[in-house]
Design a protein around this ligand. Sequence first.
Ligand code: AMP
Length: 478
Amino acid sequence: MSFTKFDFNPKITAGIKACNYETPTPIQEDAIPAILEGRDIMGLAQTGTGKTAAFVLPILQRLLNGPRGKVRTLIVAPTRELAEQIHSDIIKLGRQTGIRSVAIYGGVAKMPQIKKIRSGVEIIVACPGRLLDHLNDRTFNLSKVDHLVLDEADHMFDMGFLPDIKRILKALPSERQTLLFSATMPSEIRNLAEDILNNPVRVQIAHSRPTATVEQMIFSVEQNRKTTLLKDIMAKTKMSSTLIFTRTKYRAESLARQLEKAGYAATSLQGNLSQQKRQKALSGFKRGEFKVLVATDIAARGIDVSGISHVINYDVPGTVDAYTHRVGRTGRASATGEAFTFASREDRKIIDQIERSLGKKINRNKNTEFTVEVPDNTPLGGKPVKKSWNKPKKNFGFAGGRRNGRPEGRGASSAGAVKQDQSPVGRNGRPARRGAAPAGAGKQEQPSGNYRKAGSRHKRKSRAAVLDSSFGNLFLNS
Ligand code: AMP
């Protein structure tokens, strides 16, 4: 099937050609005709499926008819990165149409946004918080909007934006076309859909799975050895561009710094950064100036960087959906990629859920090449090692190392035995609770402060510990 079937205006066809899209993706095949007809859409699809063009192309076509210089389309997205991504797709696809778009989000000055809107734009791509600010300030109004897109509605719900969305809806005309996209369907999103969609066409892309071109692998590793394993893998694997995910902003920042010290062109992308720094990190990564980007989930949704060769889940994500999104940052548009997940015993539950959703087991790393040299000063006897709850300098992320007061089998090292991980990167090794929002999403990105109490006694271990198979694999190999 080709795009010609949709009978797009030649100005739009030019945009499709400029992006080198040859055939529509499944979601585009299903959604474009319905949107062109003016129908509401309930789309169960995630980023990576071609979802953005699935709504941008028909909206551009509809905007070609009708008045210019008025805000006629509002697209609401949960993160600044995603808003920027959608905005830049609109620019690329709509280059020849003369239709103008603006991205509106917090962390940057309001005035340039107001000026841009007042100069006459047809599309606003906004994050809910800043958009509401503008609406409260009455700097512009949305009375002429006839297309509303809510993108990644489940993520907006996770981030606590649902009340904001409801307020935004009140500022819109009730006569409009509404397109709602969500990767999952929690009951709150189902209720929202029932409230705001009018006889929608349902478009569903078979449950989200990472693309088949991505090779996935699990490495069993204790929290306090993750950085050593990571460095070892990075030293021994050919990686052109690597995206590493951590659970917290703090850990992303700290890990990027450690990698930088180790000689990698690494930077972090996380919510503690100013918008300017976030953009600098992202564009530096896109340009290849940074080969390694350490990010929290907030970055996962919006990152559309071609050629990411490796995704590494330094921390297992809190939900299946977040896993799919992270892994989907590689293997984009049919390229191949590898996704490595560092998992400890405590991650068993979520790994089970991920595998159930994938419909298969993820390969376990059996390659004993990845070993960790344990420093000579490793304690050698079963002396008590007291850890306290409020001293994060020690390594509290001893995830999965102990059960019933005994170390988990041979090869389990003492917490903190690997020096590199004695920084706070190794702490807070708690797995997210079942049903918890993706860690790193908005407010949840804060370190929880629930540092685990490490065990009071640890056994010694031999000088070299083989990370992939020496411990903790009981569940991971099952
Ligand atoms: P999205 O799901 O919108 O984030 O899109 C994922 C990636 O697929 C982006 O890099 C798009 O540019 C790309 N893409 C979207 N539609 C097509 C298409 N029909 N053919 C090839 N690539 C596409």
